[in-house]
Design a protein around this ligand. Structure first.
Ligand SMILES: O=C(O)CCC(=O)C(=O)O
Length: 337
């Protein structure tokens, strides 16, 4: 079992008493949010109404946002507010349990998967730590679900997650088809290229406790997602930042909106027409931030490369073709692709 005091939640409790944070959480000046967040007039990160009856317009705005930002928020997406609330309530209740109870779900040391509580996902270049605890578990397809990593407390956890997953898949399917149409392909092409009904949905819950020095540290270090797309719902505490035109911009909180990240696999399939978004998170002095990203990814053995339809003499392949599990291995271990 992992040591309880290594969890950021425990470190945050101590830090609030002494009003400072351990040195390993202090980022270099090149990364400190207080020094690197753009404070001028912020360009609006696109917010897209998924119920727009003008499908051509919808395809165009989604494609533009995915080319220019690699990130957008969607409203009127069809995922019931109740399902979002129940997911959030269940996750929050879990993270507020005593440490020993959460540790029952700890990711086994040396596991060859990401699932479990408190996982540190990436090796950090500068050996810095990030101000966040996690819980990861698959939510779809059924054959990939390990209920051992789904909290039994609260009792509503399983039903809330199953209900959320059911609705979320419909949203993901819509997005895959609009993204396909947006680069001149038939609506089914991207989803089929990602493994069709085998596409995997991995939920992560991020728990960012209050931090006495939010100016110096980060919740999640800058990265792109290795997924195809990520569909994220945050709590009401803002903190997501997007890198564009050499600047870090704050994403605003829109109640009940879903935040869509274009991930590496869509960038690869589209041969760079869509951009995988570089992003990070900041933390808050007084409030706990939480977020629920779902990473929608191909199955491990599935081969992903630029779609042949998008490659010719004038547009040579910009990315290698490889199994998703090999891509994931290189990404997690910071090896060249
Ligand atoms: O919390 C967020 O808004 C983003 C989280 C994220 O980027 C991640 O968990 O990979």
């Amino acid at each position: 079992m992992a040591e309880v005091q290594t969890r950021v939640q425990a470190i945050a409790n101590m830090s609030s008493i002494i009003d400072t944070i351990p040195a390993e959480f202090i980022r270099s000046e090149k990364e400190q949010p207080a020094l690197t967040t753009f404070t001028g007039p912020t360009p609006e990160i696109p917010t897209i109404d998924l119920s727009d009856p003008d499908q051509d317009n919808l395809v165009r705005v989604i494609a533009d946002a995915s080319r220019e930002w690699g990130l957008f928020q969607i409203v009127n997406h069809g995922l019931p507010v109740e399902a979002i609330k129940n997911l959030q309530e269940a996750g929050k209740t879990f993270f507020e349990l005593p440490a020993e109870e959460k540790e029952l779900y700890a990711r086994p040391p040396g596991a060859n998967h990401l699932e479990g509580y408190g996982t540190k996902l990436q090796k950090e270049m500068e050996g810095k730590k990030t101000w966040v605890d996690y819980l990861f578990h698959n939510i779809w397809p059924p054959a990939r679900i390990n209920y051992q990593f789904w909290p039994k407390n609260p009792a509503s956890y399983r039903e809330a997650n199953e209900e959320y997953a059911k609705h979320l898949r419909l949203v993901a399917d819509k997005l895959f088809s609009y993204l396909s149409l947006g680069i001149g392909l038939e609506p089914n092409v991207l989803k089929d290229a990602l493994g069709g009904e085998e596409v995997e949905y991995l939920l992560k819950i991020n728990y960012y406790p209050p931090c006495p020095r939010p100016d110096l540290t980060l919740g999640v270090a800058p990265h792109t997602d290795m997924s195809a797309i990520t569909i994220l719902v945050p709590n009401e505490v803002a903190g997501l930042q997007v890198f564009k035109d050499d600047r870090w911009f704050d994403a605003k909180y829109i109640p009940n909106a879903l935040i869509i990240h274009i991930g590496d696999q869509i960038q690869i399939l589209s041969n760079g027409k869509y951009k995988s978004v570089f992003h990070r998170t900041t933390v808050n002095k007084d409030k706990t931030r939480m977020s629920w990203p779902v990473f929608c990814s191909p199955p491990p053995e599935h081969v992903i490369g630029p779609l042949p339809q998008l490659v010719d003499e004038e547009n040579p392949a910009k990315f290698k073709t490889k199994k998703y599990k090999d891509y994931e291995y290189c990404k997690l271990n910071k090896l060249p692709q």
